[in-house]
Write a protein that binds this ligand. Structure first.
Ligand code: NDP
Length: 312
């Protein structure tokens, strides 16, 4: 079986940055792109908050450039998806969806997180055309517009508050008669004049010609006073949670109750020697491209140190 010095799973900013650093360190890293080549950013349009692009950059262009930069330093990029991991002993064995297997001395898990969606066909139809799961990424495009945020947790409250600083009006669509968020976040939302919370409300669908122009919603579905109506909105933001893509590694690495991989202190080290976690799979707090890139860098530096310490 092929044995790799440094295997990187995932091709978002964390994976590619790890590959750039590992490549420059002479580790000849191999990246498996995974389910979503280029990562979550490829679902957004323009990126304006990544340092170094004063005029913004198309998300897909940036990911392509990161890929080219990784390749320039010798990273090999493969397109399969990991389906099984055996981290019980080094070198670690990873199995892919074509049943191929590799062994690796160091593993950088940069498999990201997947934003949860409601599962409506219209979310697909308007993806990038008014539907987003990241207010920090896309909120700027809704200056003085009307948006809706779905969810009643801390993320939803945080995103609604952030968007209220930009948009003309923000609806929060909350399925329960109360917010689940911490009291401080609830207070912030309830005191914000630009935010209107639609409690006990679910989304049925979206409508619009070339992008989102509104949402069909239902109040108290299935009850005597059920009411269906439409709200006019320009943007529809999902904030109903993220699922870190850590399931394969859960038997070995430590995760929190949601599934985010726990690392030691400020490092990307997991409890398995030589296995590091970078980017959103280990980050319940920030989830930004730039923070993911930073942790990818740290992971590659740790991998290099590990290999050196073990004379590999
Ligand atoms: P949560 O799981 O806390 O909240 C998800 C919200 O989305 C809930 O209101 C939930 O409704 C709603 N929801 C879930 N599925 C659906 C659905 N299908 N249709 C409609 N609504 C739905 O996720 P968060 O991302 O908000 O937070 C995750 C964790 O991170 C939490 O522990 C949170 O406290 C923490 N966090 C902390 C922050 C901070 O401290 N600054 C910032 C952001 C997150 P329901 O209540 O009915 O289940």
């Amino acid at each position: 079986m092929e044995t790799i010095k440094c295997l990187i799973l995932g091709s978002g900013p964390a994976g590619y940055t790890a590959a750039i650093y590992a490549g420059r360190a002479g580790l000849t890293p191999i990246i498996y792109e995974g389910l979503q080549p280029g990562g979550q950013l490829t679902t957004t349009t323009e990126i304006e908050n990544f340092p170094g692009y004063p005029n913004g950059v198309d998300a897909n262009v940036m990911m392509l450039e990161l890929r080219q930069q990784a390749e320039r330093f010798g990273a090999e990029i493969r397109s399969h998806i990991a389906v099984k991991a055996d981290l019980s002993q080094a070198p670690y064995t990873i199995t892919f969806d074509d049943q191929s297997q590799v062994q690796c001395h160091t593993l950088i898990i940069a498999t990201g997180a997947t934003a949860k969606y409601l599962g409506l066909p219209d979310e697909e139809k308007y993806r990038g055309l008014g539907v987003s799961a990241c207010a920090t990424c896309d909120g700027f495009f809704y200056r003085n517009k009307v948006v809706a945020v779905v969810g009643g947790g801390d993320t939803a409250c945080e995103e609604a508050t952030y968007l209220a600083g930009l948009a003309k009006k923000v609806y929060m669509i909350v399925r329960k008669p109360f917010l689940r968020a911490s009291q401080a976040m609830q207070d912030r939302v309830m005191q914000n004049e630009k935010i209107e919370v639609l409690f006990e409300t679910n989304t049925l669908g979206l409508f619009g010609q070339d992008g989102v122009e509104g949402a069909h919603v239902v109040y108290r579905k299935g009850l005597a006073d059920e009411k269906e109506y439409d709200i006019a909105i320009d943007g529809f933001f999902l904030a109903i949670g993220h699922q870190p893509n850590s399931q394969l590694f859960e038997p070995w690495v430590e995760t929190d109750e949601i599934g985010y991989i726990k690392t030691t202190g400020q490092t990307p080290c997991t409890r398995v020697p030589g296995v590091f976690a970078a980017g959103d799979v280990a980050d319940p707090l920030y989830r930004q491209a730039i923070t993911a890139a930073g942790s990818g860098c740290k992971a590659a530096i740790e991998a290099e140190r590990y290999l050196k310490a073990h004379s590999l």
